[in-house]
Design a protein around this ligand. Structure first.
Ligand code: G3P
Ligand code: MG
Length: 332
């Protein structure tokens, strides 16, 4: 675990700090809290459950809307977490709304990627799964996938496709969370990317492709690390570059992009203004607070905290360290 990444330093005021927590490998492993995370978080609240220290979750994971993730985390961790405290890998996809709000797009990954994008305001979103289901035989090994619950006869090939995908081009593809069916996703993404958005048609213009993060590996419930979205990106890119004359173009979001940490700072500052006790430091103006120190507690040096020093080995110890360093006694 790593901590104490200084993201800004202008003010010299005591207790002038915020904390960003990584989720996978720090707060949870799978769905199980680890490292004393529930106790650690409780220390950031006062006796009546009010937030004392501004904090948020900064994860490269995702797949469900921030509102739902906040509810899920609250249940697992026993504190009241707001949606604004949850920043997932795909959260910055909101910023692409202007470009694609009314365009036909596809989204893939575990959970409900189409719902995530719809909640951000994108009007015409199809999951890659639904999109693929309208194209007969697009996945030649579909019938061998024993995990699919939908019988071939119920597939949408017979249904009238939403948004007329059989003749209308999609305009962008989004990898929202870790893909579940890599084989199908690589095949279908190669199809849409090589055809300018209409599988089966030749067109050399690659449409925009966005990844929510680029983690090669991450810590889940299994003892050793699991392959993440970055591994999927490498697999897709290797195949695409072998079958297409032009190399794959894409944009990746998530940590360690500097704008992710900048954005976290803005959110923490808004939290400090709206929720935390010490309103005197920002003259009551929401979002005007600047911190002396922002801490990032993560488990992946190349993603969470570039170049930070290893200081503690659990999230509880990290929070203790921070509170001691900041000279305050808080909560339970
Ligand atoms: O899929 C999740 C993984 O890529 C990383 O999650 O919380 O460790 O940033 P986290
Ligand atoms: Mg992690």
């Amino acid at each position: 675990f790593h901590s104490s990444s200084k993201l800004s330093s202008n003010h010299k005021k005591r207790c002038n700090f915020g904390i960003a927590f990584d989720i996978d490998g720090v707060i949870l492993r799978g769905r199980v809290p680890v490292g004393g995370s529930p106790q650690a978080l409780r220390r950031l609240y006062g006796d009546s459950g009010e937030l004392i220290v501004p904090y948020l979750f900064l994860t490269n994971g995702g797949g469900i809307p921030e509102t739902k993730r906040a509810k899920q985390l609250s249940e697992l961790l026993g504190v009241n977490i707001m949606a604004s405290q949850v920043v997932q890998g795909h959260s910055p996809f909101r910023n692409l709304l202007k470009k694609f709000e009314n365009e036909l797009i596809i989204a893939t990954g575990k959970g409900d990627p189409a719902l995530v994008m719809s909640e951000y305001g994108f009007k015409k979103v199809l999951s890659l799964e639904e999109f693929a289901s309208y194209f007969e035989n697009i996945d030649p090994v579909y019938q061998y996938k024993r995990w699919t619950t939908m019988p071939q006869s119920d597939r949408k090939e017979t249904a009238v496709p939403r948004y007329n995908v059989l003749s209308k081009r999609i305009k962008a593809a989004f990898v929202v969370s870790d893909p579940v069916d890599w084989g199908r996703d690589i095949q279908v993404l190669c199809d849409v990317l090589r055809s300018g958005g209409l599988p089966g048609v030749a067109n050399n213009n690659q449409l925009p492709l966005y990844f929510a993060a680029d983690d090669l590996e991450y810590q889940a419930a299994f003892p050793s690390k699991r392959l993440g979205m970055g591994a999927f990106r490498i697999a897709l890119e290797s195949v695409f570059n072998r079958i297409n004359p032009k190399r794959l173009e894409y944009v990746t979001y998530g940590k360690p992009n500097p704008f992710v940490f900048k954005n976290a700072e803005v959110i923490l500052s808004q939290l400090q203004s709206s929720c935390c006790q010490d309103h005197s430091k920002n003259n009551g103006v929401p979002g005007s607070h600047s911190f002396e120190t922002l801490y990032m507690i993560g488990d992946n040096p190349s993603v969470d905290v570039k170049g930070a020093q290893q200081v503690v080995d659990s999230v509880e110890a990290a929070v203790d360290y921070i509170l001691k360093r900041e000279c305050i006694e808080l909560g339970a």
